[in-house]
Design a protein around this ligand. Structure first.
Ligand code: SF4
Length: 319
């Protein structure tokens, strides 16, 4: 039974059925669009293309996280408090959002609206990304238009399924100024789609995953002719970097497997291997963000210069 070719078809079918739940995305601006790069949104809607296998697998990871949460909430007996994939629509414009989880009451039964935006990640960031915050604020704004009174808030739940870690970025409220700004961004994107405005670029960490990057003006580099040996060296560098990346990824999985066997403390010698696992005690470090916030006068006095270094970026542009 050869599963991989089957997976490629199956993941495309799953992705299609999940996208169908969101309606025809070329006809409206959604909450994940408003905080994104206008050029990317414009191109995605002008000429929608099927994402590649890896991207579809990443999308599915998000769906898996949502299903897991739904199962957990159901098992905990709070299924009656929320709905999933709730559509909220702007009354005057084709601007809409699909809310992952909308709670109508707190766990103690007190009525309130609470939006949960679920993000499946490979590493939980220290702070939520600005695109996540924009997405949540847009959802809160559309909800506020629908429910002008009552308690309304939201949170972003970042889930790292591999590490079994979860973090709630909580305490988001409706912010009228930000919502108006996001609506204006959405309206601008609609004008771009109508051909009356030029879509602008906004670079972010998401550019790494953008399929419109190769000819993006924000990423344009001056044309140069490299000597063949330098070109070959650069290609070798890319090849080795890919091998290192793949090795790191596989080593993380193997490390987890080994630690599952050994636990946090272990010493042993087999015929071929010395295996030692020890624990490094937690230690304290200075929280520089907190220091800057709470002691703004002291902060500049404890800064010291960090030596600069040469950064080499070498990526293939042939795909
Ligand atoms: S590469 Fe970045 S700036 Fe360019 S279109 Fe994609 S998201 Fe926008």
């Amino acid at each position: 039974m050869d599963l991989i070719p089957f997976f490629e078809t199956a993941i495309a079918a799953l992705n299609k059925s999940k996208s169908a739940e969101l309606g025809d995305r070329t006809q409206y601006i959604g909450s994940s669009d408003v905080g994104s790069c206008a050029r990317k949104v414009y191109l995605q809607k002008q000429d929608p293309s099927e994402p590649d296998f890896n991207t579809m697998m990443r999308f599915s990871r998000g769906h898996v996280a949502e299903i897991l949460l739904d199962n957990m909430f159901t098992a905990a007996g709070v299924k009656h408090l929320y709905d999933t994939q709730v559509e909220v629509v702007h009354p005057d414009h084709p601007l809409k959002a699909h809310i992952d989880f909308l709670f109508y009451a707190d766990f103690d039964g007190k009525p309130q609206l609470h939006v949960i935006e679920v993000k499946s990640v490979s590493t939980i960031p220290d702070e939520p990304y600005s695109t996540w915050i924009d997405q949540l604020n847009f959802q809160l704004g559309l909800l506020r238009l629908k429910y002008p009174v009552g308690k309304l808030g939201g949170s972003i739940l970042a889930i790292d399924l591999n590490a079994g870690a979860v973090h709630q970025f909580n305490g988001f409220d409706y912010n009228e100024t930000l919502f108006n700004y996001l609506c204006n961004r959405g309206l601008n994107m609609l004008e771009c789609l109508a051909g009356t405005e030029e879509p602008s670029t906004s670079t972010s960490f998401l550019c790494s995953y953008c399929s419109y990057r190769p000819d993006c003006p924000a990423m344009a580099l001056p044309e140069v002719e490299l000597p063949p040996e330098i070109e070959a060296m650069a290609n070798k560098f890319i090849e080795l970097n890919d091998i290192r990346y793949e090795a790191d990824r596989r080593m993380r999985g193997i490390r987890e497997g080994l630690l599952e066997f050994t636990g946090p403390i272990f010493k042993g010698r087999s015929e071929t291997i010395d295996l030692v696992v020890s624990s490094v005690a937690p230690s304290m470090i200075v929280d520089s963000k907190l220091l800057k916030k709470q002691y703004p006068d002291v902060y500049p006095e404890v800064l010291k210069e960090r030596a600069g270094y040469t950064k080499l970026e070498c990526k293939s542009n042939c795909c």
